[in-house]
Design a protein around this ligand. Structure first.
Ligand SMILES: NC(=O)c1ccc[n+]([C@@H]2O[C@H](COP(=O)([O-])OP(=O)(O)OC[C@H]3O[C@@H](n4cnc5c(N)ncnc54)[C@H](OP(=O)(O)O)[C@@H]3O)[C@@H](O)[C@H]2O)c1
Length: 294
């Protein structure tokens, strides 16, 4: 099987390349080679890179900036995935597309399942939901994997920012009124590989199971709890000015961000476990592995 990954340098794109390599040749394209902001050119670009599976790990991900760039966010997150899905269908490819917990409004206060009705609060969430709809509308063999609070330790993320603040700020304040599921991008890449490595007839098998699946680490945490755990797992604790026991609890409204975020967006990944026989570890376990540089 040949794989084509979009979003070469992103958190997930990078991990996908590593994780897919044992299954077959992997080619990855960055924004310069394949610009999702120019959807009309995508089929011509993709034709140059034949593959059996197309993985779209690229997205307009700046949740706050999207509020002032809604057209660009919509082109990258909604229009382009629709073009990718139509291309993949016509080329006989399987499309793996990723989406977000921010399609939900957070009012439910229990982990969201695929049966729960999306109601995004932000431009980012709305455009990602439109992207899901565009992929489904093409009716090709596809999986839409919705994940939550994705992080890596090699590209700027909440984890790297908390570590940096703990070393350089006299005080660190983190919201305790946002709850989600921190998910290490390596575990999401491993879940993807598990699905793709299940033998012959992939397209037919995934075609029958096409749709949206929640794929996140197990459990849930507030941003404050997550930040405390990050500092507890920090291998360079001696460099911290602010330690895990002295992070201040804050409320989201203090930060005056342009985009609203769901107060509770933990995802239940039970359907994915049942369909594909793979569970992601508890978020604390994944965080420990990520921080140890596994
Ligand atoms: N990060 C999260 O907390 C989170 C949570 C839930 C779901 N997700 C979803 O998970 C997926 C992977 O996210 P991630 O965290 O790995 O993202 P990321 O690290 O921000 O990487 C996004 C990638 O998309 C590329 N990109 C942005 N605009 C592009 C364009 N116009 N054309 C082509 N490429 C473009 C970026 O290129 P550059 O390297 O040039 O910037 C980058 O490589 C996305 O679908 C995202 O919506 C993320």
């Amino acid at each position: 099987m040949r794989f084509l990954v979009l979003g070469e340098n992103g958190q997930l794109g990078w991990e996908l390349q590593r994780a897919l390599a044992p299954l077959g040749p992997v080619l990855a394209l960055d924004r310069r080679q394949c610009d999702l902001a120019d959807p009309r050119r995508l089929p011509a670009v993709l034709r140059r890179f034949p593959a059996d599976v197309l993985l779209n790990a690229a997205a307009y991900n700046d949740v706050d900036l999207a509020e002032s760039e809604p057209d660009l966010a919509r082109t990258v997150n909604a229009e382009a995935p629709g073009v990718l899905a139509a291309y993949a269908r016509d080329a006989g490819q399987v499309l793996i597309h990723y989406s977000t917990d921010y399609v939900f409004d957070g009012d439910l206060r229990r982990p969201y399942t695929e049966a729960d009705r999306p109601h995004p609060l932000s431009v980012y969430g709305r455009t990602k939901l439109e992207g899901e709809e565009a992929v489904q509308k093409a009716e090709g063999a596809h999986l839409i994997l919705r994940t939550s609070w994705l992080y890596s330790v090699r590209r700027s993320s909440f984890v790297t920012r908390v570590l940096e603040w703990s070393r350089n700020r006299p005080e660190v304040r983190i919201a305790e009124d946002q709850v989600g599921t921190p998910t290490w991008c390596r575990t999401l890449a491993q879940a993807t590989v598990h699905v793709l490595s299940q033998g012959e007839g992939l397209r037919e098998r995934l075609g029958r199971r096409s749709g949206v699946y929640h794929v996140a680490c197990a459990g849930a945490a507030s941003r404050w709890e997550w930040a405390c755990e990050i500092l507890r797992c920090d291998p360079k604790r001696s460099e911290q000015r602010v330690g895990p026991d002295s992070i201040q609890r804050a409320q989201s409204r203090e930060f005056h961000t342009p985009a609203a975020r769901p107060a509770f967006s933990a995802l239940a990944s039970t359907l994915f476990q049942l369909q594909f026989g793979f569970s992601l570890p508890p978020w604390q376990e994944a965080l420990r592995a990520a921080m140890q540089g596994d």
